[in-house]
Design a protein around this ligand. Structure first.
Ligand SMILES: [Zn+2]
Length: 361
């Protein structure tokens, strides 16, 4: 199997986000990229982010991991990056896929402090325990990255899923620079994590005060589970229909064709279901050829009642209901996911031999 760096970087990109509704953990991208003890190779290597994602995926038991990555300007200008890595980092920065800050300093711990997520770290941020007591008091939120398993391994506990967003994360914030990738006008429905400077929310990228433009519209984070493993997470917001299918017509729909094989690939329609969040209930509409089954449950452990949807009216989901597009292909609320397994075909490094890190790519 040919080692394809572009493919691995694309796979890494699909697991990076600065969206508070999607991310599950926060990391200093430079700390990982410079962690040459992972492979003994180049001083800096972006592929180590892929090894980190695979390690996190194994540790948390989920393939669809989304990581909030913070990068300092010193990483983006590192002379040892390949031209491809420099180009990819520049694009990630411009598209708001990663958060670029002048200096990382305590930013990773701060993001975790505001959101309740765990941190992925090499050193546990010594010296910051005074400001962020949970670094000591909640060791389950400190996931240490160490070499191992032919790549990277995570040492630490199993962090509890964070609760409902609070405080800063319940508002929509705007940077005074309209083209800001983190808080600019392009980010209509999405939201990064503000930085706090003496209690004032500021843009982490531009260090200027953010403008509070109102309460954040309600949303639900969903998980796509294929053959028992979470493959992808996505957000459904009030007032914005999300189509899920093999290859939806709507370019902002959730395309799941790449995860499907055999019967599932043949039976699931290009546009299969539509999801709508209205007045605090999530509605599902079947728009497929072969139909959809809602497995209706009153609790995670109760037996499910099948409700067959065949292009009928929109069906209001209860919190523990799951949507079956085909046997083994299920949508559920991400915070109510009934299955958490990983280690299958979802590996970010894919067929790339994880211990083989070419010295110059
Ligand atoms: Zn900004």
């Amino acid at each position: 199997m040919r080692f394809d760096v572009t493919q691995v970087l694309d796979a890494i990109e699909r697991h990076l986000t600065t969206e508070a509704a999607l991310a599950q953990a926060v990391v200093d991208l430079g700390q990982v990229a410079w962690f040459d003890a992972l492979d003994g190779g180049r001083a800096v290597n972006l592929l180590r982010v892929g090894q980190t994602l695979d390690a996190l995926s194994r540790h948390l038991g989920e393939d669809g991991i989304m990581l909030y990555a913070v990068a300092g300007r010193d990483l983006l200008t590192d002379a040892d990056l390949t031209s491809k890595e420099r180009m990819v980092l520049g694009r990630w920065s411009g598209d708001g896929i990663i958060e670029v800050v002048p200096v990382v300093a305590d930013r990773v711990a701060e993001v975790a402090d505001i959101t309740g997520w765990p941190v992925v770290t090499l050193d546990g941020f010594p010296g910051l325990e005074g400001r962020y007591p949970w670094l000591h008091g909640q060791p389950d939120r400190v996931l240490r990255l160490v070499p191992g398993d032919g790549g990277a391994r995570i040492v630490g506990g199993q962090p509890a899923p964070p609760g409902a967003p609070a405080g800063l994360l319940t508002r929509v914030w705007r940077c005074q620079r309209r083209d800001c990738p983190s808080f600019g006008e392009r980010r209509v429905a999405t939201q990064a994590v503000p930085r706090l400077r003496s209690g004032v929310p500021v843009c982490p990228r531009h260090d200027e005060p953010l403008v509070n433009v109102g309460p954040k519209p309600p949303y639900v984070t969903m998980a796509l589970v294929v053959d028992g493993a979470v493959r992808e997470r996505f957000v459904v917001r009030m007032g914005r229909t999300v189509t899920v299918g093999r290859s939806p017509d709507d370019p902002s729909g959730i395309m799941i064709g790449g995860y499907l094989t055999g019967d599932a690939a043949a039976m699931i329609s290009r546009n299969h279901v539509r999801l709508d969040l209205r007045d605090d209930a999530l509605f599902v509409s079947d728009v497929s050829t072969n139909g959809t089954i809602v497995r209706s449950r009153t609790s995670p452990y109760s037996a499910s009642d099948p409700v067959h949807l065949n292009q009928g009216p929109a069906y209001p989901l209860k919190p523990w209901d799951t949507i079956e597009l085909h046997e083994g292909v299920v949508l559920s609320r991400a915070d109510r996911s009934l299955t958490r397994t990983a280690g299958g075909p979802g590996s970010v490094m894919g067929d790339a031999p994880t211990i083989y890190m070419p010295p110059s790519v």
